[in-house]
Each structure stands twice: as C-alpha cells, then as structure tokens.
Design a protein around this ligand. Structure first.
Ligand code: NDP
Length: 291
C-alpha cells in the first residue's frame, strides 16, 4: 500500500493562517507587532533566497522584518555591534542570523551573542541547554517542524522506536531530544554507525538528515513507518531531492514527507511561530512588570 503524504506545504499553510490570526490579536490587544531582524552577511545566492522567502512569509502573517544585509567583508566586531543593537531594540522579538557566515567570522561567537530571549532560531547554547533539560524556550525551527509533521500523522510518538540518522547540532541532535521528551525510544545514527540499514529497519519513526541524495532505500525502511526526510540535495540535472529514495520507500512506509514541499516550508513556518511566541512572551512579561 502506498504511504500517505506528509504535505509540508499544506501543513505549513495551516500553521501560518493561525499565526496571522494570533499576530493580529496581539496587535489589537497590546499594540505590539511581532518583529524579526534578519541578518545576512555576504553574497551567497542560496542564503539571499532563503532570507527573501523568510521575509515574504513574515510579512504575509503580519510580522515586521528588519533586513540587515552586510557585505562579505564585514568584521566580526561590526557584526557583534549590530547584534547588540538588535538585542536592545524593543520592536525586535526574534533575531535570525543566516548561516553559513563568512569564514573569518566565528559563528559560535555570533550565535552566542544573540540574546537568548530573541533567539528565534534556537541555536544559542542557553536554549540548547533548556532543550536538553526538557524545558525549552525556543526550539530550533527545522527540528520543531519535523516534530509537527510527525504529530500531524496522528501516529503517537510515545513508546515508539524512533531512529534519527544524522547528529548535527542544528537538526539530528535536537530532533532526537524532542522525540525523547515525547517519550519515544530514540537511536541516533551517524557515519560510524555499524549496519545502518538494520538499525533503520527497527524504526517506527525514521528521521533522515544527512545530506546525501536518495541514500535511504526501501530495504532500510520498516513496513508502515513514518519517514521524515530533512535532506536537501541538488542533483546533476538541477533538481532538488531528499536523503530518502522517495518512490520505492513510499511503497513501503506508512507516511512519508516529500522533498521539496516537506520539511522546508515547515522550517519557515516555525521561524514565524517562534517570533510570534517571543513577542507574546515579551508582552506578557511587560504586563506583569517583569523584565
Ligand atoms: P551536517 O552535514 O551538519 O550533518 C550530517 C550528519 O549526517 C552528520 O551527523 C553525519 O555523521 C551524518 N552522515 C553523513 N553521511 C552519513 C552516512 N553515510 N551514514 C550515516 N550518517 C551519515 O548536515 P545538517 O544536519 O546540517 O543537514 C542535513 C541535511 O538536511 C542537509 O541536506 C541539509 O541541506 C538539510 N537541511 C534542511 C533544512 C530544511 O529546512 N529543509 C534545514 C537544515 C538542514 P557524522 O557526524 O559522523 O559526520
């Protein structure tokens, strides 16, 4: 039987519709419009496209965007000064620093300079620590989107065998922690995993984030599994494909997300959600007199 599609476009649209309503309600009740600072350093065309898409998506739901496009030659000190400025700006509730940064800039120092309360990407060590504790403020956008996609299937996470392939700080590790906090039994795989196909076949929930085109084949997938494909790979003929061999795997899985149209749109929706929630928290704190 063919797998059901986890349609990231449809799901992200329903999330965005709700965000638009909540942003309008916040504005009406408090006069506060959620604001995102989008910081982009250099000329990488893919990064420019990502920021443009995020900008459009924000404006469509009533989130104000302050774009900061800086030349590749920007010094680390100047970038830190800009982050300090947006950290202090009361109209900004979320800060996005588009990665990768030019090589002469220490990305870790930059991400750590972002105020944790405005860290809409969820990459600050404080927010990662809160996630490890199971008490997050901001959850990183892509992992949060992956969880929403799994939840949308109605297949409960608690008690399931979940396998995450990939252990990066921005996808694999946070996805695994989020699944763990939702009571899955989680295995994290990586390039040194022995007999990866056998481990993957145990998965009732399989999340793949490695960056290798069509790497996960049907023989690696358990009958009826929920398969979420985070990978984005460009083929020689210019097409985008995931890390999962979609056609054959979709004949075996119970649910599968496509690439494109899967995790990508959900990542953007979660950035909007994080920015909105940050604005809501700041308004609530101002209302209680807390700082
Ligand atoms: P990284 O390159 O940081 O990490 C890749 C991970 O995959 C590593 O842990 C690596 O293992 C593991 N890996 C690589 N090869 C194998 C293999 N043959 N078998 C098992 N594990 C392997 O990638 P990211 O996590 O940043 O991104 C992963 C993919 O997701 C990319 O295609 C990226 O473009 C995409 N992505 C998509 C997003 C979206 O919004 N749709 C957002 C973010 C990422 P090891 O640690 O041992 O090296």
């Amino acid at each position: 039987m063919a797998a059901q599609l986890i349609d990231g476009k449809v799901l992200s649209q329903s999330v965005r519709d709700q965000i638009a309503k909540d942003a309008a309600a916040l504005l009406a009740a408090s006069g506060v419009k959620p604001g995102l600072a989008a910081i982009l350093v250099g000329d990488d065309p893919a990064s420019h496209l990502y920021v443009k898409n995020k900008h459009k998506a924000c404006e469509a739901v009533g989130i104000h965007v302050a774009d900061h496009k800086l030349p590749a030659s920007t010094s680390q000190a100047d970038l830190l000064a800009l982050i300090d400025k947006v950290n202090r700006d009361p109209q900004i509730h979320g800060i996005l620093v588009q990665l990768p940064l030019p090589k002469h800039i220490d990305s870790s120092a930059i991400l750590t300079a972002v105020l944790p309360e405005k860290d809409a990407d969820g990459f600050h060590p404080y927010n990662i620590g809160r996630l490890v504790e199971g008490n997050p403020i901001f959850e990183a956008c892509t992992p949060r989107g992956v969880i929403k996609m799994i939840e949308s299937t109605g297949v409960g996470i608690a008690g399931k065998r979940a396998v995450v392939v990939g252990r990066s700080n921005i996808v694999g590790k946070p996805v695994a922690l989020m699944l763990l906090h939702r009571h899955a039994t989680v295995t994290i795989c990586h390039s040194r995993t022995v007999d990866l196909p056998a481990v993957c076949r145990e998965a009732e929930i399989l999340v793949v984030a490695i960056g290798k085109a069509r790497f996960v084949t049907a023989d690696m997938v358990r009958e009826g599994a929920v398969v979420v494909d985070v990978g984005v790979n460009r083929t020689e003929d210019g097409k985008f494909v995931g890390d999962v061999d979609f056609e054959p795997v979709s004949k075996k899985a119970g649910w599968i997300s496509p690439v494109p149209g899967g995790v990508g749109p959900m990542t953007i929706a979660m950035l909007l959600q994080n920015t909105l929630e940050s604005a809501q928290r700041m308004v609530a704190r101002a209302g209680t007199g807390a700082h």
